[in-house]
Design a protein around this ligand. Structure first.
Ligand code: KIV
Length: 276
């Protein structure tokens, strides 16, 4: 991305709290996705570390490296060309050790990847990290609820905040993150009632995923929403808005048959020694 963004900015996103249409966010991993999202008028392209699972075929997001995040962020930014807000995840292992490490990693995502903001998972343990990032002029989005980078500590991917104590803790963490300087919060895999309460109680936009309909916006993984994820592997909360996988399989089948039947390429699709 070069030059000033033509799409949404941090101040513009802030004003969407409780006003205007809900924020529309979708994950993106390459220039093609960036282009699609920009053309569709999506507000935020999230270069999520979910790319470890949906692009790289890994079991978790943990192996994704900062270099890979920088590479994918740059590609998405090239496709979106400033027309969609570009948000990038700080991957596991790129910020946990210290606030300084978080700043160093985030600066790479901004300088080399073109990210307009970064997202990190966690609450109380990362308040100093968020403060350091904000002081370094890197806008930050928080991420609470189900935290995929904590898959081992959690013993799997489970809905978070089901008990009143857990719910209160997540709300307190959201408030602390706001005090530390986040300008938006992603809330993943929490009961609808808790998401609604947190959305009411904090002054920054809450973007939900598996958090019910009452947040200030929604985010989905592009493979889920376009129907590329096999249905049996798509989470219950992730509606497929197209049958991308079915369409792709039909097209690949048709191409294979045409090649085998020598129906492709046709005369019109062939070159000749002398142009007509
Ligand atoms: O990595 C990701 O795609 C995310 C979304 C699921 C919010 O963080």
């Amino acid at each position: 991305m070069s030059g000033a963004p033509r799409g949404l900015t941090v101040p513009a996103l802030r004003t969407r709290k409780g006003a205007g249409p809900p924020i529309v966010a979708v994950t993106a991993y390459d220039a093609f996705h960036g282009q699609l999202l920009a053309e569709a008028g999506v507000d935020i392209a999230l270069v999520g570390d979910s790319l470890g699972m949906v692009v790289q075929g890994q079991e978790t997001t943990l192996p994704v490296t900062l270099d890979e995040m920088v590479y994918h962020t740059r590609m998405v930014g090239r496709g979106a060309a400033g027309r969609t807000f570009l948000l990038a995840d700080l991957p596991f292992g790129s910020y946990q050790i210290s606030p300084e490490e978080a700043v160093r990693s985030a600066l790479r995502l901004v300088k080399e990847g073109g990210a307009q903001a970064v997202k990190l998972e966690g609450g109380e343990d990362y308040l100093r990290h968020v403060e350091a990032l904000v002081s370094s002029m890197v806008p930050v989005v928080g991420h609470l609820g189900l935290l995929p980078q904590r898959v081992h500590a959690m013993g799997g991917y489970r809905v978070a905040g089901r008990t009143p104590q857990e719910g209160d803790r997540i709300l307190r963490e959201a408030q602390s993150l706001v005090a530390a300087g986040i300008f938006a919060l992603v809330l993943e895999g929490v009961p609808r009632e808790l998401a609604a309460r947190i959305t009411r109680e904090i002054p920054v936009p809450v973007v939900g995923i598996g958090a019910g309909p009452d947040t200030d916006g929604q985010v989905l993984v592009i493979h889920d929403l376009l129907g590329w994820t096999p249905e049996e592997r798509r989470p219950r909360f992730a509606r497929g808005f197209a049958d991308g996988r079915g369409e792709a399989l039909r097209a690949l089948g048709a191409y294979s048959r045409a090649v085998k039947d020598r129906q492709f390429p046709s005369e019109e699709e062939s070159f000749h020694r002398h142009a007509p």
